[in-house]
Design a protein around this ligand. Structure first.
Ligand SMILES: [Fe+2]
Length: 338
């Protein structure tokens, strides 16, 4: 339970005014995110660019926007609205479940019943598209059928999480870069958000094959060893989980017709444990996810390359260097699936 007041400033009055001008409202959610009502995603109309820019800025600051819709939204309307943000086009790399409407390859259909969608996706904190250099700028979640007994998504604000780190950890994490286990793409563990300019932490807990440390007092790099990488992943997991009690993460429960859009560089997410419980127990849950092309490479510092060959021998000597699939298993007792 959240016991702290929100650590975010109020919604920018300029954004409130812009949304009201087109007949909508935007109100902050506690402790992160904001809710948008009165913008009909099914109308076929695109709000003026200045309104979308104001919403996108607010999404970067608060992490996500939940669009509340009074009536059902067609898959095409959801995909169209997804393209209001970031790279302004869909970037879809996922499998297509047979129950996907029209076999639309831009819809990643998720469910707690494998007849209706792909089960068990994303149980640990992550950001989408971390196997690409730019990652996805935004992701969308359109609830097709919320489960009667709950099962939403956790979102954690990675800028506030950075602020919560002790100074020594800020300094050390600022010298770390992760290597994606599937692609070898290299990303910084700390980056400056391109829109909010906040420093944010960033690590995929289900697809990291190595973490490289820039040496503090000498040129060169080293790899984190097994125990160090376990500690890092646990510390990262802990700091995001702590947001649920300390006011920078939320367990979001979907209501009928909700479309949630997240800034994929500002918030990490994971499925709530209830989301993966059987439909017979929890009620049937069906969700469509969209992913939006990134704008700029999330490039590592220290002149590290964008890609390393994680399938070849480590160029940094001994340490964890593990290509393929889920990458490094930092805890044997937790579910992992991308
Ligand atoms: Fe995800």
């Amino acid at each position: 339970m959240n016991t702290q007041a929100s650590k975010l400033p109020p919604v920018d009055p300029a954004c409130v005014a812009a949304v009201e001008r087109i007949g909508g409202t935007i109100t902050p959610l506690d402790p992160i995110g904001a809710q948008v009502s009165g913008i009909d995603l099914a109308s076929g109309e695109t709000p003026p660019r200045d309104v979308l820019d104001a919403l996108e800025l607010e999404m970067a600051r608060r992490g996500f926007l939940a669009f509340k819709n009074r009536k059902a939204i067609e898959p095409e309307d959801f995909l169209r609205a997804s393209c209001w943000w970031g790279g302004r086009e869909l970037h879809s790399t996922h499998g297509v479940h047979p129950a996907t409407p029209g076999g639309n390859r831009h819809i990643f259909r998720l469910s707690n019943d494998r007849r209706h969608g792909i089960p068990d996706v994303g149980p640990q904190w992550h950001n989408d598209g971390s196997f690409t250099p730019a990652t996805f700028s935004h992701s969308g979640y359109h609830i097709i059928r919320p489960a009667e007994h709950g099962g939403g998504t956790y979102f954690a604000h990675q800028g506030i999480a950075y602020d919560m780190l002790p100074d020594a950890r800020k300094e050390r994490w600022g010298r770390l870069s992760s290597v994606n286990s599937a692609s070898g793409v290299v990303h910084p563990l700390v980056h400056e958000h391109p829109v909010s300019r906040q420093k944010c932490i960033w690590l995929h807990l289900g697809m990291t094959g190595a973490v490289i440390e820039k040496l503090p007092d000498a040129p060169g790099f080293r790899l984190l060893q097994t125990d160090e990488l376990k500690q890092l992943c646990h510390a990262y997991n802990d700091i995001l989980n702590a947001g649920l009690a300390q006011g920078y993460a939320v367990a979001y429960e979907y209501e009928e017709n909700d479309c949630v859009f997240i800034d994929n560089l500002a918030v990490a997410h994971r499925a709530a444990p209830e989301a993966h419980m059987p439909a017979a127990q929890q009620g049937l849950r069906i969700m469509h996810r969209s992913t939006v092309r990134g704008v700029k490479d999330l490039a590592p510092g220290f002149e590290l390359p964008l890609y390393l060959d994680i399938g070849a021998a480590s160029p940094f000597g001994e340490g964890v260097w593990q290509g393929g699939g889920l990458g490094f298993r930092w805890d044997d007792d937790i579910p992992m699936q991308n």
